[in-house]
Design a protein around this ligand. Structure first.
Ligand code: IPM
Ligand code: MN
Length: 371
């Protein structure tokens, strides 16, 4: 298969993790005889520096024309520390999601046996946890009207949803539940918010098309607690934009690191794949960022094109790296490997048909990991 992939490294550690994801995709292309053609484009702070615009026209066109987009990260301390900045890197990502209509952000959460005992949470609580968050991505408070009064003493963000926006992602979430454990939890704040009450009404309506799926509801404050108390209860979580943003960072603690969480942002005509983590500016250029979230996002990209065997090959390599402790400092504080080392291991593992011997010492030297 030939795929044109737009690569958007973005800011902070984005370029470092995208490099490893591309390396992993190259190994897949070689092994399974595919052709992946990459086109790089700028977004975020780096694009502001070059053009004054966090989403230049050319980047949007590259993305719209591509079969799929692989995105790194966005954001820089300079802007985080300046609430008066008029142009912000994050606007580039939001505009891209909106322009391409990427309304459904799918964030799977799994656990790895090799990491269970390292977690801040108890092993029996997190073992075998496996759920997916469907986060609405192009509406809600992120995109509603914003205002700062002239005297600067008052600010407003509006949360708005239409029934079409709710229905289309609800259908996707129910379809996912059908092929999983047939449970869907709607997370909202319907005791307070009108938008949440609309979500409940519509999701109950949509659920009539999926009678075998067991639907339940959780208020977002309770959901935040349940995620830590008893995450095994979840199968598919459906929620609005900002609740999904917050809960997915919280959920990453179950996996072991936010550096492990991948996502797919899906629309009617385009699809983008993005790690859940941010730009981690403190780590920029240090070769310590965990590339696995970007690599697993590349696996989701392959799944999107029904290349399931290829996607599984990436996931098997990731599992092996975790099992062998060939991981970055977020997962491995004592004997860690660099971002590049991990990427090299993954691509070597994918290309090694024998899958037998690994020489960890060689990884440190940047040599082949296989004897
Ligand atoms: C995410 C990020 C983004 C978001 C930021 C960088 C705009 O936190 O993808 O979760 O809030 O959606
Ligand atoms: Mn986030």
């Amino acid at each position: 298969m030939k795929l044109n992939i737009a690569l958007l490294p973005g800011d902070g550690v984005g370029p470092e993790v995208i490099q490893q994801a591309a390396k992993t995709l190259d190994a897949i292309a070689e092994k399974y005889k595919h052709t992946f053609v990459y086109k790089y484009a700028n977004i975020g702070a780096i694009a502001i520096e070059e053009t004054g615009n966090p989403l230049p026209e050319t980047t949007l066109k590259t993305c719209a024309d591509a079969d799929a987009i692989l995105f790194g990260a966005i954001g820089e301390l300079k802007y985080d520390n300046d609430p008066n900045a008029q142009v912000r890197p994050e606007q580039g990502l939001l505009e891209l999601r909106k322009s391409l209509g990427l309304f459904a952000n799918i964030r799977p959460l799994t656990t790895y046996d090799a990491l269970i005992d390292q977690s801040n949470l108890k092993a029996h609580v997190i073992k075998d946890v496996d759920f997916v968050i469907y986060r609405e991505l192009t509406s809600g408070i992120y995109f509603g009207d914003k205002e700062l009064s002239e005297n600067g003493n008052e600010a407003t963000d509006t949360c708005k949803y239409t029934i079409d926006e709710i229905d289309r992602i609800a259908h996707l979430a129910f379809k996912s539940a059908l092929i999983r454990r047939k449970k869907l939890t709607l997370v909202d704040k319907s005791n307070i918010l009108e938008t949440s009450r609309l979500w409940r009404k519509r999701v109950i309506e949509v659920s009539k098309n999926y009678p075998t799926v067991n639907l339940d509801f959780l208020l977002v404050d309770n959901a935040a607690m349940q995620l830590i108390l008893n995450p095994k209860q979840f199968d598919v979580i459906l929620t609005e934009n900002m609740f999904g943003d917050i809960l997915s960072d919280e959920a990453s603690v179950i996996s072991g690191s936010i550096g492990l969480l991948a996502s797919a942002s899906i629309g009617a005509n385009n699809a983008m794949f993005e790690p859940v983590h941010g730009s981690y500016p403190e780590a920029k250029g240090k070769n310590i960022a965990n590339p696995l979230a970007a690599v697993l996002s590349a696996a989701m990209l392959l799944d999107h094109f029904e290349l399931h065997e290829e996607a599984d090959a990436i996931r098997a390599a990731v599992e092996k790296s975790i099992e062998l402790n060939i991981t970055t400092p977020d997962l491995n504080s004592t004997n860690h490997f660099s971002t590049t080392n991990v990427g090299n291991f993954l691509s070597d593992f994918i290309l090694d048909d024998e899958n037998t011997f690994y020489n960890k010492n060689n990884i440190d030297l940047g040599q082949s990991t296989i004897i």
